[in-house]
Design a binder for this molecule. Structure first.
Ligand code: ZN
Length: 183
């Protein structure tokens, strides 16, 4: 089932997510819906609060992008993810967000990370990631902590982004996927 994507400035996107303690049939179904919603929107990551749930779950799928580059990355489900290591080395990459339609900008973040999480079987996993995967996981874990990517922009870029944010609140954008705004 495709779920509507909650847009800036819905309060759930500023809330810290709650830890998941057990896997249930209902939760499995919800995770499947998150994956369908992400694919439908041509996204490469989606956090549960972007579809209205306060559970600490995110889905990531960069397989299409990475396949073109000859790298294999199976889709991931990350429950209660915690980034345990950030490299000192940083890089600047362009980011976008399904909750911020038509808004893209360059964000500087650590280039490598290590993340600890539970998979869809509630089995603990530790994964090192770099390049695009490190970027997407950092963006999604930020969502679960109530942080938008534009909050990581330099002060100058952040000031310039105000207009784009106002446009989203006014509903002045085209999204090719179902959205849920406050207006
Ligand atoms: Zn996002």
């Amino acid at each position: 089932m495709i779920l509507p994507v909650y847009l800036y400035n819905h309060p759930i996107l500023k809330k810290k997510s709650q830890k998941v303690t057990e896997m249930t049939d209902e939760l499995r179904e919800f995770i499947k819906n998150m994956q369908e919603t992400m694919h439908r929107a041509d996204g490469i990551g989606l956090a549960a609060n972007q579809v209205g749930s306060d559970q600490a779950i995110t889905v990531v799928d960069i397989s299409d992008v990475e396949e073109e580059r000859g790298r294999q990355h199976p889709p991931m489900v990350l429950i209660n993810p915690v980034i345990e290591y950030f490299s000192d080395e940083e890089e600047e990459l362009q980011e976008g967000c399904l909750s911020l339609p038509e808004f893209r900008d360059y964000v500087t973040r650590p280039s490598q990370i290590q993340v600890r999480y539970l998979d869809e079987n509630m089995k603990e996993q530790v994964k090192e990631a770099d390049e695009l995967l490190a970027r997407v996981i950092q963006h999604e874990v930020d969502h679960l902590n109530g942080i938008y990517f534009f909050e990581r922009l330099s002060p100058m870029r952040r000031a310039l982004s105000q207009k784009k944010l106002k446009r989203i609140i006014r509903g002045e954008f085209d999204a090719h996927y179902p959205t849920f705004g406050l207006e």
